[in-house]
Design a protein around this ligand. Sequence first.
Ligand SMILES: [Zn+2]
Length: 186
Amino acid sequence: MDDNKFLEKCVKKAYKINKAFWNFDIKFNVRSVLTRKDMDKEWEGKTQKWMVAFAWNKKLIIFAPSVYEKLGCHKLESYQDTVTHEMNHLFYQKFVGTYKPLWLSEGLATNIQKEMNIKIKKINPDFLLYTEKGWHKKSYEHSYLAVKLLLDKLGKKKLLHLLKKYSKSPKKDNYTKLFGPYLKVF
Ligand SMILES: [Zn+2]
């Protein structure tokens, strides 16, 4: 299958999965790139070796399927998951108006993928960061588990309601007020 067809198929599926979760529509553009240099250009800076895609400003940028394995560290089997993950960020950004808190947007994006294999058993709130400052590879696992727990405990409707409240003033003090009590029980 050629790059464009493969990508289009994944984007369609990712949109369907995310729309079912968020229950609204978004407008976005998808662009696939063929080199790390082009990825850096889109990112407007040097990207990490593990970075194979990102979503920002209504844009989803990803390595084309034909170079995805070579330029990143993932197998092509994970391509759909990556598109679904990034698509979740676009919905989140539309819903909340920011990507912050990072652990919540990453937690939701990892939860919408297939089951994540994690090694940790307990959440350490120190890894649940508001911004990318100090973000660690392990932060993904902690964020995944924290959001999974919140979804189990509160349900999707309540969690989205909480996020909507936060979106009225998406700043750290409002975040602390709304989510602080949950961080304490983790
Ligand atoms: Zn992400």
